[in-house]
Design a protein around this ligand. Structure first.
Ligand code: SME
Length: 151
């Protein structure tokens, strides 16, 4: 069981000293990787014009560009909602970067009203991400929204 209060405090300490997205997201992906069990990928895609582009992450190499509306990440970004996918093989259009992935959670990251990035976390376990993880990760995302200047 993850102590999300502590996790949030650690994220605040790691990302609260400067506002450049790349170093903050790099350490954020490492902290997520260290904190959550049973992951095979944890990282970020940032929005550039019409597509998401690969940002800082932990795990195996991944696809570089995801058009809006494609895959779990592109769908979450386009619809501006959290997607918690119990079994990625049942998600129409899922992009399999790592064949080890069986479940996934994607959370949009905002600058004001605008989606500027997504947090994507993958697991080899089916149904790895609970409603509690979703709530806890929403708080983690709020820290990143606050601590980065997204221009
Ligand atoms: N599975 C994602 C693609 C990104 S990788 O998992 C790192 C998707 O369907 O959007």
């Amino acid at each position: 069981m993850i102590d999300y209060r502590l996790f949030k405090e650690q994220m605040e300490a790691l990302t609260g000293t400067q506002s450049r997205p790349v170093p903050n997201l790099a350490n954020a992906s490492a902290l997520i990787w260290q904190t959550m069990s049973d992951l095979n990928w944890a990282g970020f895609y940032t929005m550039e014009e019409d597509a998401l582009y690969l940002g800082p992450f932990q795990g195996k190499t991944a696809c570089i560009r995801i058009p809006l509306g494609r895959g779990v990440c592109g769908t979450a970004a386009q619809q501006d909602r959290v997607l918690r996918v119990h079994d990625v093989h049942e998600f129409e259009g899922h992009i399999a970067c790592d064949s080890a992935s069986n479940s996934e959670i994607v959370l949009p990251i905002h600058d004001g009203e605008k989606v500027v990035a997504v947090l994507d976390i993958d697991s080899p376990l089916v149904g790895r991400f609970s409603a509690e993880d979703e709530e806890g990760l929403k708080e983690i995302v709020k820290v990143l929204e606050k601590n980065c200047i997204w221009d």
